[in-house]
Design a protein around this ligand. Structure first.
Ligand code: ZN
Length: 55
C-alpha cells in the first residue's frame, strides 16, 4: 500500500479534531446536530477517530 503524502495526512488527520473512540466522535457529531451527515473513521495515521462528511 502506498504511503499517504504529507498533504494527505494533513487533510485526513492533523487538520481534523481527534477523538479517542468512535463513540466520542459520534457524540461530538450528535452534539453538533450533524450526525446524519457525518461518519466516524479510524485514522491510519494517529490510530484515533475523526469525523468524515458522509457521501
Ligand atoms: Zn488521525
Amino acid at each position: 500500500m502506498k504511503k499517504p503524502t504529507q498533504e494527505q495526512i494533513q487533510r485526513m488527520c492533523t487538520r481534523k479534531r481527534r477523538y479517542r473512540t468512535q463513540g466520542d466522535a459520534l457524540d461530538a457529531a450528535l452534539l453538533a446536530g450533524v450526525e446524519r451527515q457525518r461518519s466516524a473513521y479510524r485514522c491510519a495515521v494517529c490510530q484515533q477517530w475523526h469525523l468524515a462528511t458522509a457521501g
